[in-house]
Design a protein around this ligand. Structure first.
Ligand SMILES: Nc1nc2c(c(=O)[nH]1)N[C@H]1C(S)=C(S)[C@@H](COP(=O)(O)O)O[C@H]1N2
Ligand SMILES: [Mo]
Length: 196
């Protein structure tokens, strides 16, 4: 059973394909460096402004409340891929599991290759933001961020950390890897928010 969320563009723009994007059938790989080696027995840590800072084992994490969604994917370099089938944990389910403190306003995602990316809590507290381990019914390939990555179909894809190892809840905004290097922090594809 999967949920089709490809109509989320209606919140941001009439056209499903954001302006200045080309559709691609393939799934290009875009990484700032090499694909890191992540153990099958990975863990995932939640730190910062939460009631219960903790580390989940892969089994605990996958057992929380997984779902499968059909989503579109938009890369800031100009390609989009429609109808990706992702299986993973919706962000709000993780937030519920750890109890987010009232003064939390932002999050930082941390990845095994040293990559980071930030979102406001409001921007990631939606079911389409997922921690993904499955793609098209198979394990998520390592080049695409397996064993675990984030997807952000309402943002350019640099907001979705591949090889994610943890999320940190913040009480003020901090900028991630590309956000510090000139990419837009807001990253809305229907507004072509590519650079800051
Ligand atoms: N950890 C990590 N996550 C990352 C990146 C990266 O270099 N490292 N690149 C980002 C960028 S710019 C994009 S477009 C997508 C690409 O995902 P893909 O390689 O699965 O297409 O991952 C994002 N997440
Ligand atoms: Mo990208």
């Amino acid at each position: 059973m999967s949920t089709d969320v490809t109509d989320l563009h209606q919140e941001f723009g009439e056209e499903r394909l954001p302006p200045g994007q080309r559709l691609t059938e393939s799934f290009p790989v875009l990484s700032k460096g090499n694909t890191p080696n992540v153990d099958d027995g990975w863990t995932f840590s939640v730190t910062g402004a939460v009631d219960d800072e903790r580390e989940f084992s892969a089994e605990e994490f996958r057992a929380l409340a997984p779902e499968t969604q059909i989503q579109d994917f938009h890369c800031v370099t100009g390609w989009s891929k429609f109808d990706c089938e992702f299986t993973g944990l919706p962000f709000p389910e993780l937030a519920d599991a750890v109890g987010v403190e009232d003064d939390a306003t932002h999050v930082m995602f941390h990845a095994h290759d040293g990559y980071t990316t930030n979102l406001s809590l409001a921007e990631c507290d939606r079911r389409e933001v997922m921690f993904v381990w499955g793609f098209d019914g198979e394990a998520l390939p390592a080049d695409h961020g397996g064993p675990l990555r984030v997807v952000t179909p309402h943002k350019y894809a640099y907001k979705g950390a591949k090889w994610v190892k943890g999320v940190e809840f913040l009480t003020e905004r901090e900028l991630g890897y590309w956000e510090k290097r000139g990419y837009s922090d807001s990253a809305n594809p229907w507004n072509e928010e590519r650079y800051s």
